[in-house]
Design a protein around this ligand. Structure first.
Ligand SMILES: Cc1cc2nc3c(=O)[nH]c(=O)nc-3n(C[C@H](O)[C@H](O)[C@H](O)COP(=O)(O)OP(=O)(O)OC[C@H]3O[C@@H](n4cnc5c(N)ncnc54)[C@H](O)[C@@H]3O)c2cc1C
Length: 433
């Protein structure tokens, strides 16, 4: 008999949601976290979309450790001297059932893990899983940890150990590592008084702002973000690894460049750096997904590369919570039917396919490549901002040239071929349409 029914490795959003589901299903579940407490080692940009939690924690918004509710969502396209912003506001997003929220990961992850413990899961912190155990048939049968008496056996192991999952690799569930599939996310947390943040970002109370930026990463392909917390703001970049390695500027220099931009400097001025953090993001979407299940093992969250970074969105926590939840359900089902082989665990893939987790990834399969392409990154921001500049400029005594003429002239000046514009437009429509 195994020591427990399920071992969940990693108490991030994926691991805690898996553990909640399993504990509530009456399974003996152990949640192992290498940090001193859940969330202590975790970083992200700062916006979480917790809608999926409706299924686990009804009215989660009454208790979740939220900083601000995102009621203002902007997408900014910039060059060194210009910026064009689409700025959306909805007061409905500042009231139940809400949409997105800013939250600190040490608070949010610890809160989710508390729910797992309240449901009956055993949480073991400051413990690193160093390998997998296998039975005589080669099925995963438990884990080895860095504790002296560190072996623990289980019917199923759910690897929620984050990006670059060591356990998934050990089990041979990933292909070759390809740096092009990853971006490096870097972030500064800047302290500013709440009233200053409210004034600069045009919000009140617990309303908050999410700004996604393109064209702000110099020669490196990627994107930027600014999110408001109550009395800090998060300013960061995601940077495509091969492009980052191929040039000389360090990530912190690129953030400094963003903070000095005329459209950003007035927002961040005087902010005292409280924290600098960096982390990899599995950014290539469906094309980099590993095999999601093996005999006795499931992968969820970033360990399964289920992060959606498609320009308009940077979502990972919601995909982690959902995939963790579905992994927990599938493991409970497999244990009930006494078949924890790949076939017995097939309910996991079925659930992912039937929901936004894989539907969104399939629909947006072309998006990561398109958004991180050289044209979108380096030519289109110049094109879009120059068209806007000429449209808004009053050039009397010259008469207005008309939008079609401006677009045609700027396209030629920037050096975008009509064929490429049509091709990218179609790819964009197919992805986002
Ligand atoms: C810069 C940046 C910005 C981002 N912005 C956003 C955003 O705004 N919104 C959003 O939704 N997503 C964002 N993401 C993505 C998001 O952070 C991830 O998709 C999400 O954290 C994945 O959750 P997870 O539970 O799968 O993994 P993680 O959150 O990485 O958790 C993994 C856990 O496993 C533990 N662990 C790892 N190895 C072991 C081991 N061997 N033994 C024991 N424990 C182990 C870790 O300590 C950690 O607690 C961002 C990511 C980055 C890097």
């Amino acid at each position: 008999m195994p020591d427990v029914d399920v071992i969940v490795v990693g108490a991030g959003p994926a691991g805690s949601c898996a553990a909640i589901v399993l504990a509530r299903a009456g399974k003996k579940v152990v949640l192992i976290e290498r940090g001193p407490f859940p969330g202590s080692k975790n970083m992200y940009g700062g916006v979480v979309y917790p809608r999926i939690l409706d299924q686990l924690i009804p009215e989660w918004w009454l208790e979740a450790p939220i900083q601000r509710w995102v009621t203002r969502r902007s997408t900014m396209i910039m060059t060194d001297t210009k910026a064009l912003t689409i700025d959306f506001r909805s007061q409905a997003w500042g009231a139940p059932p809400y949409n997105g929220a800013t939250a600190y990961r040490p608070d949010f992850d610890a809160w989710l893990a508390d729910h797992a413990v309240a449901a009956g899961a055993e949480l073991i912190c400051s413990t690193t899983v160093t390998g997998l155990l296998h039975d005589a048939n080669g099925h995963v049968s438990g884990v080895v940890t860095d504790r002296p008496d560190g072996e623990l056996t289980a019917s199923v192991v759910i690897a929620c150990d984050g990006v670059n999952s060591f356990l998934a690799k050990q089990e041979g569930l990933y292909g070759e590592f390809d740096a092009a599939n990853y971006t490096l996310g870097v972030k500064e947390t800047l302290a500013l008084p709440k009233d200053v943040i409210d004034e600069r970002f045009g919000v009140r109370g617990t309303d908050g702002v999410d700004i996604e930026i393109i064209g702000c990463t110099g020669g490196v392909n990627g994107g930027g973000f600014i999110y408001t917390n109550l009395d800090t703001i998060a300013v960061g970049l995601v940077l495509k690894l091969p492009k980052l390695a191929a040039q000389k500027q360090r990530p912190e220099q690129l953030i400094a460049r963003l903070k000095a931009h005329p459209a950003i400097a007035p927002l961040v001025e005087g902010g005292e750096i409280k924290e600098y953090s960096a982390h990899l993001i599995p950014e290539a979407g469906i094309s980099m997904l590993p095999t999601l299940a093996g005999n006795g093992i499931l992968l969820a969250g970033d360990a399964a590369a289920l992060c959606l970074a498609a320009g308009i969105w940077l979502e990972g926590v919601n995909f982690a919570m959902a995939s963790g939840m579905y992994a927990g359900q599938a493991a409970a089902e497999a244990i009930r039917s006494k078949d924890t082989s790949v076939a017995g665990l097939a309910g996991y893939q079925r659930r992912l396919e039937a929901t936004f987790v894989l539907k969104d990834h399939r629909k947006l399969r072309r998006a990561p490549e398109l958004v991180l392409s050289d044209r979108v990154q380096h030519l289109y921001p110049e094109f879009a901002t120059s068209v806007a500049e000429r449209m808004f400029r009053v050039d009397n005594p010259e008469p207005k040239p008309g939008v079609r003429k401006i677009v045609a002239q700027e396209r030629k000046r920037v050096g975008i071929r009509r064929r490429d514009l049509a091709k990218d437009g179609l790819a964009g429509l197919r992805s986002f349409g």
